[in-house]
Design a protein around this ligand. Structure first.
Ligand SMILES: NC(=O)c1ccc[n+]([C@@H]2O[C@H](COP(=O)([O-])OP(=O)(O)OC[C@H]3O[C@@H](n4cnc5c(N)ncnc54)[C@H](O)[C@@H]3O)[C@@H](O)[C@H]2O)c1
Length: 323
Protein backbone atom coordinates (compact mmCIF):
# COMPACT_ATOMS: atom_id res chain seq x y z
CA UNK A 1 0.00 0.00 0.00
CA UNK A 2 0.99 3.64 -0.34
CA UNK A 3 1.27 4.64 3.31
CA UNK A 4 1.54 8.13 4.79
CA UNK A 5 3.75 7.97 7.89
CA UNK A 6 3.65 11.09 10.05
CA UNK A 7 6.49 11.71 12.49
CA UNK A 8 8.84 10.01 10.02
CA UNK A 9 11.91 11.90 11.25
CA UNK A 10 11.30 10.86 14.85
CA UNK A 11 12.67 8.00 16.90
CA UNK A 12 9.80 5.65 16.07
CA UNK A 13 9.52 6.87 12.48
CA UNK A 14 13.09 6.05 11.58
CA UNK A 15 12.56 2.40 12.64
CA UNK A 16 9.03 2.10 11.30
CA UNK A 17 9.61 3.38 7.75
CA UNK A 18 12.14 0.65 6.83
CA UNK A 19 9.98 -2.05 8.46
CA UNK A 20 7.01 -0.91 6.35
CA UNK A 21 9.11 -0.96 3.17
CA UNK A 22 10.45 -4.42 4.03
CA UNK A 23 6.92 -5.86 3.80
CA UNK A 24 6.23 -4.13 0.50
CA UNK A 25 4.63 -0.79 1.39
CA UNK A 26 5.58 2.46 -0.33
CA UNK A 27 6.11 5.02 2.42
CA UNK A 28 5.68 8.78 2.25
CA UNK A 29 7.12 10.40 5.38
CA UNK A 30 5.64 13.68 6.64
CA UNK A 31 7.30 15.58 9.46
CA UNK A 32 7.91 19.17 10.51
CA UNK A 33 11.58 18.31 10.81
CA UNK A 34 13.68 16.94 7.95
CA UNK A 35 15.10 13.44 8.13
CA UNK A 36 16.19 10.57 5.90
CA UNK A 37 12.71 8.97 5.99
CA UNK A 38 10.87 12.26 5.38
CA UNK A 39 9.80 13.26 1.87
CA UNK A 40 7.45 16.09 2.89
CA UNK A 41 8.47 18.67 5.46
CA UNK A 42 5.32 20.22 6.90
CA UNK A 43 2.77 20.03 9.67
CA UNK A 44 -0.19 17.72 10.14
CA UNK A 45 -1.95 20.79 11.52
CA UNK A 46 -2.01 22.22 7.98
CA UNK A 47 -5.16 20.70 6.42
CA UNK A 48 -4.33 21.97 2.92
CA UNK A 49 -0.89 20.42 3.03
CA UNK A 50 -2.35 17.10 4.20
CA UNK A 51 -4.88 17.16 1.32
CA UNK A 52 -2.09 17.97 -1.17
CA UNK A 53 0.09 15.12 0.11
CA UNK A 54 -2.81 12.66 -0.16
CA UNK A 55 -3.37 13.68 -3.79
CA UNK A 56 0.23 13.93 -4.89
CA UNK A 57 1.31 10.61 -3.36
CA UNK A 58 -1.89 8.59 -3.90
CA UNK A 59 -2.05 7.79 -0.18
CA UNK A 60 -4.03 4.61 0.64
CA UNK A 61 -3.52 4.38 4.42
CA UNK A 62 -2.15 6.47 7.30
CA UNK A 63 0.04 5.67 10.26
CA UNK A 64 -0.13 8.74 12.46
CA UNK A 65 2.90 8.75 14.75
CA UNK A 66 3.80 12.46 14.55
CA UNK A 67 3.02 14.39 17.71
CA UNK A 68 4.13 16.72 20.39
CA UNK A 69 4.80 14.45 23.33
CA UNK A 70 5.68 14.51 26.98
CA UNK A 71 9.12 16.19 26.80
CA UNK A 72 7.52 18.89 24.62
CA UNK A 73 5.35 20.08 27.51
CA UNK A 74 8.26 22.15 28.76
CA UNK A 75 8.87 23.60 25.26
CA UNK A 76 5.49 24.43 23.77
CA UNK A 77 2.25 26.07 24.94
CA UNK A 78 -0.92 23.99 25.39
CA UNK A 79 -2.42 25.46 22.20
CA UNK A 80 0.39 23.85 20.19
CA UNK A 81 -0.59 20.46 21.61
CA UNK A 82 -4.21 21.06 20.56
CA UNK A 83 -3.11 22.17 17.06
CA UNK A 84 -0.74 19.26 16.44
CA UNK A 85 -2.23 16.37 18.40
CA UNK A 86 -5.95 17.12 18.03
CA UNK A 87 -6.39 19.26 14.89
CA UNK A 88 -3.59 17.37 13.16
CA UNK A 89 -5.29 14.03 13.85
CA UNK A 90 -8.63 15.44 12.69
CA UNK A 91 -7.05 16.66 9.44
CA UNK A 92 -5.64 13.22 8.71
CA UNK A 93 -8.87 11.41 9.61
CA UNK A 94 -10.90 13.75 7.39
CA UNK A 95 -8.52 13.23 4.49
CA UNK A 96 -8.62 9.44 5.06
CA UNK A 97 -12.44 9.41 5.17
CA UNK A 98 -12.63 11.57 1.99
CA UNK A 99 -10.29 9.17 0.22
CA UNK A 100 -12.42 6.23 1.47
CA UNK A 101 -9.51 4.54 3.22
CA UNK A 102 -10.26 1.29 5.01
CA UNK A 103 -7.68 1.68 7.83
CA UNK A 104 -5.93 4.21 10.07
CA UNK A 105 -3.32 3.52 12.75
CA UNK A 106 -2.80 6.03 15.52
CA UNK A 107 0.19 6.00 17.87
CA UNK A 108 -1.33 6.70 21.24
CA UNK A 109 0.25 6.48 24.66
CA UNK A 110 -0.13 4.67 27.98
CA UNK A 111 0.45 8.10 29.51
CA UNK A 112 -3.22 8.99 29.01
CA UNK A 113 -4.12 6.27 31.53
CA UNK A 114 -1.96 7.88 34.22
CA UNK A 115 -3.95 10.08 36.59
CA UNK A 116 -2.16 12.17 39.20
CA UNK A 117 -2.98 9.52 41.84
CA UNK A 118 -1.46 6.72 39.73
CA UNK A 119 1.57 8.91 39.03
CA UNK A 120 1.97 9.58 42.77
CA UNK A 121 1.52 5.87 43.51
CA UNK A 122 -0.92 6.55 46.34
CA UNK A 123 -2.50 3.05 46.22
CA UNK A 124 -1.26 0.33 48.59
CA UNK A 125 -0.83 -2.00 45.61
CA UNK A 126 0.51 -1.84 42.07
CA UNK A 127 -2.20 -0.57 39.71
CA UNK A 128 -2.92 -2.86 36.76
CA UNK A 129 -3.57 -0.90 33.58
CA UNK A 130 -5.26 -2.30 30.51
CA UNK A 131 -7.70 -1.10 27.86
CA UNK A 132 -10.63 -1.31 30.31
CA UNK A 133 -8.97 0.87 32.96
CA UNK A 134 -10.86 4.02 33.86
CA UNK A 135 -12.35 6.45 34.32
CA UNK A 136 -9.43 8.03 32.53
CA UNK A 137 -8.08 11.26 33.99
CA UNK A 138 -4.90 12.19 32.10
CA UNK A 139 -2.76 14.51 34.14
CA UNK A 140 -1.18 16.74 31.50
CA UNK A 141 -1.86 18.35 28.11
CA UNK A 142 -0.06 15.51 26.34
CA UNK A 143 -2.41 12.88 27.76
CA UNK A 144 -5.47 15.09 27.31
CA UNK A 145 -4.76 15.69 23.62
CA UNK A 146 -3.81 12.06 22.90
CA UNK A 147 -7.06 10.98 24.52
CA UNK A 148 -9.01 13.46 22.39
CA UNK A 149 -7.25 12.09 19.31
CA UNK A 150 -8.23 8.54 20.29
CA UNK A 151 -11.82 9.73 20.61
CA UNK A 152 -11.66 11.27 17.13
CA UNK A 153 -10.47 7.92 15.79
CA UNK A 154 -13.42 6.20 17.47
CA UNK A 155 -15.81 8.82 16.05
CA UNK A 156 -14.52 8.35 12.51
CA UNK A 157 -15.10 4.64 12.78
CA UNK A 158 -18.63 5.30 13.99
CA UNK A 159 -19.47 7.93 11.38
CA UNK A 160 -17.44 6.77 8.39
CA UNK A 161 -16.70 3.10 9.03
CA UNK A 162 -12.96 3.87 8.98
CA UNK A 163 -11.14 1.07 10.83
CA UNK A 164 -8.97 2.85 13.42
CA UNK A 165 -6.56 1.18 15.77
CA UNK A 166 -5.13 3.27 18.61
CA UNK A 167 -1.91 1.82 19.96
CA UNK A 168 -1.41 2.93 23.56
CA UNK A 169 2.32 2.53 23.50
CA UNK A 170 4.44 2.37 26.64
CA UNK A 171 7.78 4.14 26.78
CA UNK A 172 10.46 3.32 24.22
CA UNK A 173 12.43 6.58 24.18
CA UNK A 174 16.23 6.30 24.25
CA UNK A 175 16.99 9.38 26.33
CA UNK A 176 17.20 9.74 30.10
CA UNK A 177 13.99 9.84 32.08
CA UNK A 178 13.37 13.47 32.99
CA UNK A 179 11.80 12.59 36.35
CA UNK A 180 13.95 9.81 37.89
CA UNK A 181 17.52 10.50 38.84
CA UNK A 182 18.33 7.77 41.36
CA UNK A 183 19.31 4.99 38.92
CA UNK A 184 21.59 4.97 35.88
CA UNK A 185 19.76 5.26 32.55
CA UNK A 186 20.41 1.66 31.49
CA UNK A 187 19.47 0.25 34.91
CA UNK A 188 16.21 2.19 34.93
CA UNK A 189 15.32 1.09 31.40
CA UNK A 190 16.14 -2.55 32.21
CA UNK A 191 13.82 -2.40 35.24
CA UNK A 192 11.05 -0.87 33.15
CA UNK A 193 10.96 -3.94 30.90
CA UNK A 194 9.26 -5.64 33.86
CA UNK A 195 6.17 -3.48 33.69
CA UNK A 196 6.22 -0.39 31.44
CA UNK A 197 8.62 -0.38 28.48
CA UNK A 198 9.21 -1.96 25.08
CA UNK A 199 11.91 -1.60 22.44
CA UNK A 200 11.44 0.83 19.58
CA UNK A 201 11.79 -2.14 17.20
CA UNK A 202 8.87 -3.90 18.86
CA UNK A 203 6.82 -0.68 18.82
CA UNK A 204 7.47 -0.36 15.08
CA UNK A 205 6.57 -4.01 14.43
CA UNK A 206 3.26 -3.57 16.28
CA UNK A 207 2.40 -0.71 13.90
CA UNK A 208 3.14 -2.85 10.84
CA UNK A 209 0.87 -5.60 12.17
CA UNK A 210 -1.84 -3.09 13.12
CA UNK A 211 -1.82 -1.67 9.61
CA UNK A 212 -2.34 -5.13 8.19
CA UNK A 213 -5.02 -6.25 10.67
CA UNK A 214 -7.03 -3.01 11.11
CA UNK A 215 -9.77 -3.71 8.54
CA UNK A 216 -10.60 -7.06 10.19
CA UNK A 217 -10.51 -5.59 13.70
CA UNK A 218 -12.41 -2.29 13.20
CA UNK A 219 -12.14 0.23 16.00
CA UNK A 220 -9.94 -0.83 18.89
CA UNK A 221 -7.41 0.32 21.43
CA UNK A 222 -4.40 -1.74 22.44
CA UNK A 223 -1.85 -1.34 25.22
CA UNK A 224 1.64 -2.11 23.94
CA UNK A 225 4.38 -3.03 26.38
CA UNK A 226 6.80 -5.91 26.90
CA UNK A 227 4.91 -8.85 28.43
CA UNK A 228 5.10 -8.49 32.20
CA UNK A 229 6.18 -11.53 34.24
CA UNK A 230 3.88 -10.43 37.08
CA UNK A 231 0.39 -11.69 37.86
CA UNK A 232 -2.43 -9.57 39.27
CA UNK A 233 -2.06 -11.52 42.51
CA UNK A 234 1.40 -9.91 42.89
CA UNK A 235 -0.06 -6.39 43.05
CA UNK A 236 0.29 -5.87 46.79
CA UNK A 237 3.71 -7.52 47.04
CA UNK A 238 5.02 -5.37 44.15
CA UNK A 239 4.19 -2.25 46.10
CA UNK A 240 5.77 -3.58 49.29
CA UNK A 241 8.81 -5.47 48.02
CA UNK A 242 9.19 -5.59 44.24
CA UNK A 243 12.76 -6.88 44.45
CA UNK A 244 11.49 -9.87 46.45
CA UNK A 245 8.87 -10.70 43.79
CA UNK A 246 11.45 -10.38 41.02
CA UNK A 247 13.92 -12.58 42.89
CA UNK A 248 11.23 -15.25 43.28
CA UNK A 249 10.59 -15.19 39.53
CA UNK A 250 14.22 -14.74 38.42
CA UNK A 251 16.47 -16.12 41.20
CA UNK A 252 19.63 -15.25 39.28
CA UNK A 253 18.61 -11.60 38.69
CA UNK A 254 20.15 -10.11 41.88
CA UNK A 255 23.55 -11.65 41.08
CA UNK A 256 23.52 -10.45 37.47
CA UNK A 257 22.45 -6.99 38.58
CA UNK A 258 25.11 -6.84 41.30
CA UNK A 259 27.84 -7.54 38.74
CA UNK A 260 26.85 -4.34 36.95
CA UNK A 261 26.29 -2.34 40.12
CA UNK A 262 22.58 -2.17 39.20
CA UNK A 263 19.58 -2.22 41.52
CA UNK A 264 16.26 -4.00 41.23
CA UNK A 265 13.27 -1.74 41.89
CA UNK A 266 12.26 -1.57 45.55
CA UNK A 267 8.62 -0.84 44.68
CA UNK A 268 6.52 -1.02 41.53
CA UNK A 269 3.40 1.13 41.43
CA UNK A 270 1.88 0.20 38.06
CA UNK A 271 1.91 -2.61 35.53
CA UNK A 272 0.84 -2.30 31.89
CA UNK A 273 -1.03 -5.37 30.78
CA UNK A 274 -0.51 -5.91 27.05
CA UNK A 275 -2.23 -9.28 26.86
CA UNK A 276 -5.12 -7.99 24.76
CA UNK A 277 -2.76 -6.98 21.95
CA UNK A 278 -1.50 -10.54 22.00
CA UNK A 279 -4.99 -12.07 21.93
CA UNK A 280 -6.74 -9.74 19.47
CA UNK A 281 -4.01 -8.09 17.42
CA UNK A 282 -1.70 -11.10 17.36
CA UNK A 283 1.25 -9.02 18.54
CA UNK A 284 3.68 -9.82 21.35
CA UNK A 285 6.93 -7.97 22.02
CA UNK A 286 10.04 -9.99 21.23
CA UNK A 287 12.14 -8.26 23.88
CA UNK A 288 11.16 -8.71 27.51
CA UNK A 289 12.91 -8.67 30.88
CA UNK A 290 14.27 -12.20 30.49
CA UNK A 291 16.03 -11.08 27.28
CA UNK A 292 17.64 -8.28 29.29
CA UNK A 293 18.87 -10.83 31.85
CA UNK A 294 20.15 -13.07 29.04
CA UNK A 295 22.27 -10.19 27.79
CA UNK A 296 23.63 -9.54 31.28
CA UNK A 297 24.50 -13.21 31.62
CA UNK A 298 26.19 -13.66 28.24
CA UNK A 299 27.76 -10.22 27.98
CA UNK A 300 25.85 -9.55 24.73
CA UNK A 301 24.83 -5.95 24.04
CA UNK A 302 21.72 -4.87 25.91
CA UNK A 303 18.64 -5.49 23.75
CA UNK A 304 17.44 -1.88 24.00
CA UNK A 305 18.74 1.52 22.97
CA UNK A 306 19.99 3.99 25.51
CA UNK A 307 21.10 7.40 24.32
CA UNK A 308 21.30 9.99 27.05
CA UNK A 309 21.79 12.73 24.45
CA UNK A 310 18.85 11.93 22.16
CA UNK A 311 17.01 15.10 21.15
CA UNK A 312 13.80 15.11 19.11
CA UNK A 313 14.49 16.15 15.49
CA UNK A 314 11.98 18.96 15.80
CA UNK A 315 13.88 20.46 18.72
CA UNK A 316 17.17 19.98 16.85
CA UNK A 317 15.73 21.66 13.74
CA UNK A 318 14.42 24.60 15.75
CA UNK A 319 17.76 25.01 17.52
CA UNK A 320 19.61 25.38 14.20
CA UNK A 321 20.63 28.98 13.48
CA UNK A 322 18.46 30.66 10.82
CA UNK A 323 20.26 31.40 7.53
N1 LIG B 1 8.97 7.91 22.91
C1 LIG B 1 8.16 7.24 23.74
O1 LIG B 1 8.60 6.64 24.71
C2 LIG B 1 6.68 7.22 23.44
C3 LIG B 1 5.83 6.53 24.30
C4 LIG B 1 4.48 6.46 23.98
C5 LIG B 1 3.99 7.05 22.83
N2 LIG B 1 4.85 7.73 22.03
C6 LIG B 1 4.31 8.32 20.81
O2 LIG B 1 5.05 7.82 19.73
C7 LIG B 1 5.03 8.76 18.65
C8 LIG B 1 6.44 8.94 18.11
O3 LIG B 1 7.22 9.51 19.15
P1 LIG B 1 8.81 9.45 19.17
O4 LIG B 1 9.21 8.83 20.43
O5 LIG B 1 9.31 8.90 17.90
O6 LIG B 1 9.13 11.00 19.34
P2 LIG B 1 10.00 11.97 18.44
O7 LIG B 1 9.89 13.32 19.06
O8 LIG B 1 11.33 11.40 18.20
O9 LIG B 1 9.15 11.94 17.10
C9 LIG B 1 7.96 12.65 16.92
C10 LIG B 1 8.03 13.26 15.55
O10 LIG B 1 6.82 14.00 15.30
C11 LIG B 1 7.20 15.14 14.58
N3 LIG B 1 6.18 16.17 14.67
C12 LIG B 1 5.96 17.05 15.67
N4 LIG B 1 5.00 17.91 15.33
C13 LIG B 1 4.60 17.58 14.08
C14 LIG B 1 3.65 18.12 13.18
N5 LIG B 1 2.93 19.21 13.51
N6 LIG B 1 3.49 17.55 11.96
C15 LIG B 1 4.24 16.46 11.62
N7 LIG B 1 5.18 15.91 12.43
C16 LIG B 1 5.34 16.47 13.64
C17 LIG B 1 8.51 15.58 15.22
O11 LIG B 1 9.26 16.45 14.40
C18 LIG B 1 9.20 14.24 15.44
O12 LIG B 1 10.03 13.89 14.36
C19 LIG B 1 4.37 10.01 19.20
O13 LIG B 1 3.03 10.02 18.78
C20 LIG B 1 4.43 9.83 20.70
O14 LIG B 1 3.37 10.48 21.35
C21 LIG B 1 6.17 7.84 22.30
Amino acid sequence: MRVLLTGSSGWLGRFLAPQLRSVGHAVTGLDVAPGPETQVVGSVADAELVARVFGAHGIEAVIHAGALHKPDIARYPAQHFIDVNVTGTLNLLEAAARARHDRFVFTSTTSLMISQAIRDETADHAVWLDEESGPLAPRNIYGVTKRAAEDLCRLFHLEHGLACLSLRTARFFPEEDDTHRDLSGENLKANEFLHRRLTVEDAARAHVIALERAPQIGSETFVLSAPSPFARGDAQALKEDAAGVITRLFPYAPGLYARRGWHLPARIGRVYDASRAERVLGFRCETDFSRVLDALRTGAPLPFAHDADYVSPQVRAEARPMR
